[in-house]
Design a protein around this ligand. Structure first.
Ligand SMILES: Cc1ncc(COP(=O)(O)O)c(C=O)c1O
Length: 419
């Protein structure tokens, strides 16, 4: 955020001279609400309160054992761990390419993989490589706020596509056509499947339709596949059960993914992009200038994410999410909320509070009261949907079955008393 005019940024801690601007206009992006809530959770816990936090999008349990083993070996051997190539070390790029063969039966060349600092780093590179200031880029509302905020700070025009329960909270070709008719051509479309906050997925047919329309209209598709592998299909062996990769539909898309969620490696700060050939030189040049290279220790360790044992461990964690999800869905009647997104994947339940909003002005006030009075932290929907999110909450069930079961009891009691 822009620094306030009352800072002591001037010489020797004195107020900054009047001619020093408080901050660039482009920097005025809203902070993540979830960080503010996490801060409050910490303060309450420090004061001795028992708080159940279902707000962070973070799987518990950490990285697979093979990742830890390789990290320990590298550190034990005092490996040099200097700069790698700007787009990551060759071995890791090849291992990521192998992942596409394993999960999607796709041939990806190591040179088509850009290793980045989390998928967040991949988004910045993708947006810089693909879009100019002033370009119109569409995305779903509700959606992950960072896309909107990064694009806006890069000077792009963010075109929010209102995606309600009727569209399973995902963009459709009809709505994209309408956006073009209303405001002019689009340069890009960001799709996330499974999505945050709704967990909804696009089917192979839907992704084919979106990718086909993008290709025909000259719209660059950016596909966020960070929650692939965390899905709850009826038939786990069915094609596309882990999520459909946009490169199955069109290699002109930029695919973005990460070690953060399926492998539980949020703090290792490692993700990647699959780059369309035409954009690879731009990615390379930008990556070298922005960050020199992704973190070398994490790259060495991340090779351990692609062993059979690591996939098995991660799948076990997903099985745990599935049990928690089933428990939560079994409690929906008691919670009495309105529209609830289908939660096909990821570990979020996004719901309109409906009648249960009770006397509260909006979901922000409801969440504040729930946290202070009942000790349960959820995220209000405003960050994800500036138009309708003020009646919605996101619950992350990554914290596990015990935490979710206890939270449901507290929420039901809170609602009985207050709503
Ligand atoms: C939909 C989505 N995309 C991207 C990210 C960024 O994750 P990371 O930078 O850790 O890969 C997140 C984080 O929660 C997310 O929910």
């Amino acid at each position: 955020m822009a620094s306030s005019p009352t800072t002591t940024d001037g010489p020797a801690g004195r107020p900054a001279p009047a001619r020093l601007r408080a901050g660039a206009r482009r920097a005025a992006v809203p902070p993540f609400q979830v960080m503010r809530i996490l801060d409050r959770v910490e303060r309450l816990r420090a004061a001795g309160r028992d708080v159940i936090s279902l707000c962070a999008g973070e799987p518990s349990g950490g990285a697979p054992d093979d990742v830890h083993r390789l990290a320990a070996e590298a550190h034990g051997a005092r490996a040099e761990l200097g700069y790698t190539g700007a787009l990551g070390g060759r071995e890791l790029r090849a291992a990521i390419a192998g992942h596409y063969r394993r999960w999607y039966e796709l041939d990806v060349a190591p040179e088509q993989v850009a290793v980045t600092t989390g998928s967040s780093g991949a988004f910045v590179l993708a947006f810089l490589a693909a879009f100019d200031a002033g370009d119109r880029v569409a995305l779903a509302r509700p959606g992950y706020p960072a896309y909107r905020n990064i694009l806006a700070s890069l000077g792009c025009e963010v075109v929010e596509i209102d995606c309600g329960p009727g569209d399973r909270f995902q963009p459709t070709v009809a709505r994209l056509r309408q956006a073009v008719a209303d405001g002019g051509p689009l340069a890009g479309l960001v799709v996330a499947s499974p999505a945050n906050p709704t967990g909804t997925m696009v089917s192979r047919a839907e992704l084919d339709a979106l990718a086909g329309w993008c290709a025909a209209e000259g719209v660059r598709l950016v596909s966020d596949e960070i929650y692939h592998g965390i899905t709850y299909p009826d038939d786990p062996a069915a094609p596309g059960a882990r999520g459909v990769c946009a490169w199955e539909a069109d290699r002109g898309a930029i695919v973005v993914s990460s070690f953060s969620k399926y492998w539980g490696m949020t703090g290792w700060r490692l993700g990647w992009a699959l780059m369309p050939d035409a954009l690879a030189p731009a990615f390379d040049a930008l990556a070298g200038n922005v960050a020199l290279c992704p973190p070398a220790p994490a790259q060495v360790a991340a090779l351990g994410a692609f062993t059979d044992a690591a996939y098995a461990q991660s799948d076990q964690r997903v099985a745990g999410f599935a049990r928690t999800r089933a428990l939560l869905l079994g409690q929906l009647d008691r919670l009495g909320w309105g529209t609830v997104a289908p939660a096909d994947g990821a570990f979020y339940l996004y719901a309109d509070l409906g009648e249960r909003l009770g006397p509260f002005a909006d979901a922000t006030a409801w969440c504040e009261a729930l946290l202070e009075e009942a000790g349960v932290a959820l995220v209000p929907g405003g960050d994800f949907d500036g138009a309708h999110g003020d009646r919605c909450v996101r619950l992350s069930f990554a914290a596990g079955a015990d935490a979710v079961a206890a939270a449901v009891e507290r929420i039901v009691a809170f609602q009985q008393a207050r709503c």
